[in-house]
Design a protein around this ligand. Sequence first.
Ligand code: EPU
Length: 432
Amino acid sequence: MDRIAIIGGARLEGVIPISGAKNSAIKLMVASLLTDQPLTLTNMPRLADTRFLGRLLRRLGVEVEERESADGPQTTLTTPEIVSAIAPYELVRQMRASFNVLGPLLARTGQAKVSLPGGCAIGARPVDLHLMALEALGARIDLNEGYVYAQAPRGLKGAEIRFPAVSVGATEHALLAAVLAHGETVIANAACEPEIADLAECLVKMGARIEGAGTPVIRIVGVAQLHGATHEVTPDRIETGTYALAAAMAGGDVRLTRTRPAMVEALLAKMEEAGVEVRRLDDGLAIKRNGSRLSAVEVTTDPYPGFATDLQAQFMALMTLADGESVIRETIFENRFMHAPELARLGADIAVSGGEARVRGVAGLNGAPVMATDLRASVGLVIAALAARGETVVDRVYHLDRGFERLEEKLSTVGARVRRIRSGDEELEAAE
Ligand code: EPU
C-alpha cells in the first residue's frame, strides 16, 4: 500500500489549479445511463472513484472513453443499450455512490437489482430516503439477500417527494429517476449542494425539464427520452477548501484557480475569523498568512450553504495550532472524528465527546506515522503534517487517491516537501 511522507515547515507560494468536483463527476457519469447518445464530460477529475464507477458502468453497457484534450481531461460515456441491470456487491461496496445507478436503470429498463452499499467508516449511511423516493415514483421495492430488487414495468410516475431529512444522494437519485417519469415530480426539502445544481444543469442540456435545483424545492416534468450533451464538471469545492486550509496551515501566499469562492463561503468566513487573509477573485481565490498565530474559532457542520462536513477534518487540523479552544460540531455523520486520535499522535490536544470535538491549540506539532481512515480525514492529516516539525508518514493513502487528483504534485509545485512512497519502493527499501 502506498504511503505519503511530508516534511513540515515549508511556506507555500504559487498557484494550484482546482480540478472538477468528484462528487459531481460521479453523478454526471451515472446520468449517461439515461440516454443511448453520447454524454461528454469536460474538466473531469481523474480519481480512483471515477475509475471504480467506470468499471461498474461498463458492466451495465456503457462505453467509457477517456481523452486528454487541449481543454483538459474529458470522458465520453455512451450507453447504446443496458446490457445488465444488475449492480453487484463487489462493485457497489467500493463506492457508495454507485447505488445511484438504481434509479436510472429502473427508469430506462423498468427493473434493476442493485446491492445495498452497507455502512462505512464515517457512519451507518442508510439508503432509506433513496428507496422512499423511488417508491413514491411508483417503483416496487423488495430487499433480499443484501440486494434491492426494483420494478416499474409500466415506467415511473411523477409524484410529490417530501424528504423528512436533507440528503444529497437521495435528492440526486430522485432527480435521476424523475426526469424520465410520466408527469410532474416535486422534490420538497431537497439538498441545495452545488453538485445538485450541476447535475440538473447537465440533465437540462440532455433535454430534461427541471426548475429549482440548488433550492429546497425542485420541480421536474418528465420527458419521454433524453439525448446526448457536453457538460463541464463544476469545480471541486472540497479540493478548493482543502488547499485553502493547507496554505493557511503552512503559511505563505497561494492562489487557487479554476474555482468559485462562493462555493466555499462558509469556510472562507471562518478562516477570516481565525485571522487568515482571503481574497475572492473572478476565477478563484488567494490565501495569505504571514507567521502570526491564528485564533481558535467554533464551527458546526451543516448542509450547504453551511460549513461542509467534508472540510471538517481539514479545519480541525488548522485549529490544532490556533490560540485558544475551538469547538467543532459534526451534525451530518455520526462517526466523523476518527482523525482526532491520529492528530493527537502529532501532538494535538483534542477531546471528543459525541458529536463535539474540543481542540485546544498547542504551540507546535511533531511529525509521526499516522493512519488515514477516510478520504477527508487523511487529507486533514496531510494538512497538519505541513506545519509539523520533522517527517509525518501517512499510511493507507488509497483513501486520498479516491478524491484528490495528483495531491503530492499539486502541493509540491507550491513548495511543500511531499513525496509518495510506492509499495514497491517500500519492498526495495526493506530489501536493501
Ligand atoms: N441519510 C439517511 N438515509 C438516506 C440517505 C442519507 O439517513 O437514505 C443520512 C446519512 O447517513 C447522513 C445524512 O443523511 O447522516 C446526510 O447524508 P447524504 O445523503 O446527504 O450524503 P451522501 O449523499 O451519502 C454526499 C457526499 C459526501 C458528503 C455528503 C454530505 C457524494 C458521493 N458523497 O454523501 O461526500 O459528505 O454528501 O455533504 O456526493 C466525500 O466526498 O468524502 C463524502 C463523504
